[in-house]
Design a binder for this molecule. Structure first.
Ligand code: MSP
Length: 513
């Protein structure tokens, strides 16, 4: 009986997927880098939902700390007013990018402040927090004490000597436990080279983490519950958002539903905080560790990272206004290979748009609908006896469905997209080879089958692309009157009239210099 119960429970657990993005600093408006991680989370969430999984997708804003305080001061606003003013820039952009997050968290919300203070008290009561006078090099831009080696590397700006009494978290106590966990759970940190980077970092003795800031120096943060003169270090505060968002300490049922089936997505810049600070905090709190931490690469402009401080940011809104939301989502998801950096250029954007979306996908719709219009008065024809070539396309569609499920489980969105585009290209090739415009002159029944097969392959490709280009893929399904969205072959209904339509993705013509 116990075994059956366990089996049923495990089965039910399998379908719970909790996906998070970093919570972004509200020191400026969001750029393509922020949009990328959020779209990635959204695409993964949508693929999982299509597979029938239960998904909780959390994103939000990191509103405390020095960076935000400084940004507010520069604008002559109170910190809260500054955050309230900038927060809609993020939420409005997510709406425009058709992000379907389950919840949106802001660290200045009461629900979060309570969780942070409870967590601090718990860690303190466990004997893992102590006060100490510390003198060392402090990087104002990084908001933390840095080591002598870090200072000498020259990689840190605004470094000054600082002597201060602070509260420290005994991170070092959990060093070996963390190393063991990483070694015992090969999927915990992905991709592999990032895992090795973290293990390399853990070869050095781990110091303890300074988790407070004296109010007289930096007051914009959550007050330490056992010392009114201090606020919480922004990272200790921010990381806890991942458990606040699913009801930690408030709604046990909800928390247990989603934790620890979580995938934390981020770029490689915040690998250490997520792979070292966060797990050791969780150890101290007695909470199991997240299932997966995945760090993707950076969007670069030329050879440098796109970032506010370098002043080389691309505004996603400009791109969306010019080329449409689906084109932006498609480019970002298709262009970045899992775990590697990618270069953002308008040229590569236009090239990918024209070749994949206009030429391959958009053109397939045009051809299919034009041929059905001409030969079958716009009515989706019946599928007759299928021959070898038809079966081959059917089998390819099936294989692509399977490959997508596999790729999404290992977060390889670009592999999933390429697989669908291969189906699209093979369908275009199938049409060229089968030439239904010629066949229709002698054998209308065979022409009907060819067009049914090609249209069905197009419908399946559209279903497969729904998570990536939700609006345009839905448009295709509407044109085909495909109400339900199974990706199973044969679901296309014959006898219905195709809706008239414009070009799905009009080619972008670039003037030659
Ligand atoms: N507030 C912290 C995160 C706390 S999470 C508990 C923070 N915020 S941030 O605004 O700087 O966002 C960093 C994240 O934004 C990166 O990890 C990545 O997800 C995304 N990106 C920002 N710039 C990026 C690129 N140039 N390229 C790819 N992603 C980038 O760090």
């Amino acid at each position: 009986m116990e075994r059956v119960r366990k089996y049923i429970l495990e089965k039910a657990m399998k379908n719970k997927i909790y996906i998070t993005t970093p919570i972004y600093y509200v020191n400026d408006k969001p750029h393509i880098g922020h949009a990328y991680t959020t779209i990635l989370a959204d695409v993964l969430a949508r693929y999982h939902k299509a597979e029938g999984d239960n998904v909780f997708f959390l994103t939000g804003l990191d509103e405390h700390g020095q960076k935000v305080q400084q940004a507010a001061q520069e604008r002559n606003l109170s910190e809260q007013a500054h955050c309230d003013d900038l927060a809609p820039r993020f939420t409005q952009l997510w709406e425009k990018l058709e992000i379907q997050n389950t919840d949106f968290i802001r660290t200045t919300e009461n629900r979060h402040i309570k969780v942070v203070q409870n967590a601090l008290q718990k860690v303190y009561d466990a004997g893992d927090i102590y006060a100490d006078e510390y003198e060392g090099w402090y990087s104002v831009s990084e908001e933390r004490f840095i080591t002598k080696t870090e200072k000498e590397s020259g990689a840190f700006r605004d470094v000054k000597k600082l002597k201060e009494r602070n509260w420290f978290f005994k991170m070092s106590k959990y060093q070996q436990k963390l190393i063991d966990h990483i070694n015992d759970n090969p999927d915990f940190i992905q991709p592999e080279h990032r895992k090795n980077e973290v293990l390399g970092f853990l070869k050095q003795p781990l110091g303890d983490l300074c988790i407070s800031r004296p109010k007289e120096r930096m007051s914009w943060g959550i007050e330490i519950p056992f010392d009114k003169d201090y606020v919480t270090y922004v990272w200790f505060d921010a990381l806890l958002n991942y458990i606040t968002g699913i009801g930690y300490g408030v709604d046990d049922e909800k928390f247990k539903t989603w934790w620890p089936h979580v995938t934390h997505l981020m770029a490689k810049d915040i690998l250490t905080t997520h792979c070292v600070y966060w797990p050791t905090m969780l150890f101290s709190l007695g909470i199991s560790l997240p299932k997966k931490i995945f760090a993707h690469g950076w969007w670069l402009i030329g050879k440098t990272k796109m970032s506010k401080s370098l002043g080389n940011i691309v505004d996603p809104l400009d791109l969306v206004d010019q080329y449409g939301v689906d084109a932006v989502r498609y480019y970002l998801m298709g262009e970045m290979v899992l775990g590697q950096d990618a270069n953002f250029t308008v040229e590569s954007f236009i090239k990918r748009y024209n070749s994949d979306l206009a030429n391959d996908f958009g053109n397939l719709l045009n051809r299919v609908s034009g041929l059905i219009q001409k030969n079958f008065s716009g009515i989706v024809p019946e599928c007759g006896q299928m021959v070898k070539e038809d079966e081959e396309l059917k089998q390819l569609a099936k294989r692509v469905n399977e490959l997508i499920i596999k790729s999404i489980r290992s977060l390889e969105v670009h592999t999933a997209i390429y697989a669908t585009m291969e189906l699209v290209r093979m369908t275009n090739l199938y049409l060229e080879r089968q030439a239904p415009w010629k066949v229709a002159k002698q054998d209308l029944e065979r022409a009907a089958t060819i067009l049914y097969v090609a249209t069905e392959a197009l419908r399946i490709a559209a279903v497969q692309l729904l998570p990536v280009i939700p609006s345009k893929a839905q448009e295709v399904l509407d044109i085909l009157s495909a109400k339900e969205t199974p990706s199973k072959w044969g679901s296309l209904v014959s006898g219905v009239a195709l809706k008239t339509h414009e070009a799905l993705f009009p080619r972008i013509e670039v003037e030659k210099e």
